[in-house]
Structures are given as C-alpha cells and as structure tokens.
Ligand binder design. Structure first.
Ligand code: SF4
Length: 184
C-alpha cells in the first residue's frame, strides 16, 4: 500500500515510520502544520522533519503554509474545540495531498502522541477521507511513544516543549512557572 503519512514533527515520525514500514507500507511523508506558533518554532519543526527524513530515508512533501491570523481567530473563538479544528485542517489537507500524490490512503503521526485527542483524530480523519474519496488508516500507536523519545534523543532530533499553538505554549509556561508570592 502506498501510504501518505502526515508528519507533525520529527520525534513523532521516528517510530511511526518504523511501524508503517513494518506493515509493508510504501511511505510518502507530508508536512503541513500551519497551527504551529510562532513562525520560528514552525521552522524549527520543519527542519527537524528534514533531519528525520534524511536519517530514515523517506521522501517528504512540504507545505510550509503558516496561518498566523487564522490561528489567532481559532484560539480566541468562543465555544469551539480548537484541537478538533486544528486536526481537521491538517487532515483535510493531507487527504487532498493523498489524491494529488497518487497514494491509496493516508494516516498521521499525531496518533502516536498520548497528548492528542484520539477521538478527534479518528473522526476528522474519516470525515476528510469521505470528503475526498480516499481511505484514512487510524492506528493507536501510543504504546510506541516511549520509543519516539528514545529515538529522537539518539538521533539528535529537535524536540519541542509544547503541542504547537500559542495557547498550548502558554499552558506549558504556566505549568512550569514557579509559584511567586505577591509583593506586600
Ligand atoms: S493544543 Fe495542539 S492540537 Fe490543540 S489546537 Fe493547539 S496545536 Fe492544535
């Protein structure tokens, strides 16, 4: 099977590539993550994916679109699930690229992360697949997450500290910030 693998970052691709190759898939990588803020972080992750591609020998199509204004609107919008929207945008683009590249199906490295919403990955992947007339292959790869940490350290890949959008960065900052007592 010729499988388009949407790649969110180098670390998540490490064990994902091994898994799909073990299943006999012929892989074509695809980087499209306009949610990653700020632009410098987007560039660091793209470079990390290029490093990964060289190490594992995978061709990766790059769509380096970076949606600053759109993502500020998504993040500040009331009552919306920003993560479902975030996953939807990326998987819809992956479905379109699956057709354009002549692949039979697509999947995503997001499914190796224990921090992602897997119900949303399944739902949005299937929705995008139906809309574009291709197949989405979901596999719960969370058991391989420790392997992604090991391999990315061993291969010297860039490892990010937050999911991607500005809010996820801010949440990470708050989680690490030492408690400061108020001045009196
Ligand atoms: S937390 Fe992650 S999945 Fe959710 S909107 Fe932000 S970048 Fe996207």
């Amino acid at each position: 099977m010729r499988l388009l693998l949407h790649i969110c970052c180098g670390p998540c691709a490490t064990a994902s590539v091994g898994f799909w190759r073990g299943r006999g898939a012929e892989l074509l990588g695809f980087f499209y993550n306009p949610n990653i803020q700020p632009l410098a972080e987007h560039q660091r992750r793209l470079c990390g994916v290029r490093d990964l591609a060289e190490i594992v020998g995978i061709e990766v199509i790059e769509d380096a679109a970076h949606g600053l204004e759109e993502w500020f609107q998504v993040e500040s919008g009331p009552g919306t699930s920003r993560c479902a929207h975030c996953i939807r945008v990326r998987l819809e683009r992956a479905a379109a690229e699956t057709i354009a590249s002549g692949c039979e199906a697509f999947s995503t490295t997001l499914s190796i992360s224990p921090w992602q919403d897997h119900d949303a990955i399944k739902a949005e992947g299937e929705r995008a697949a139906a809309a574009f007339g291709v197949s989405f292959v979901y596999e719960d790869l969370r058991r391989l997450y420790p392997e992604t940490c090991r391999l990315s350290r061993e291969w010297g890949l860039y490892r990010q500290k937050y999911c991607g959008c500005s809010l996820s960065e801010w949440q990470q900052v708050l989680a690490r910030k030492p408690k400061v007592s108020a001045c009196s």
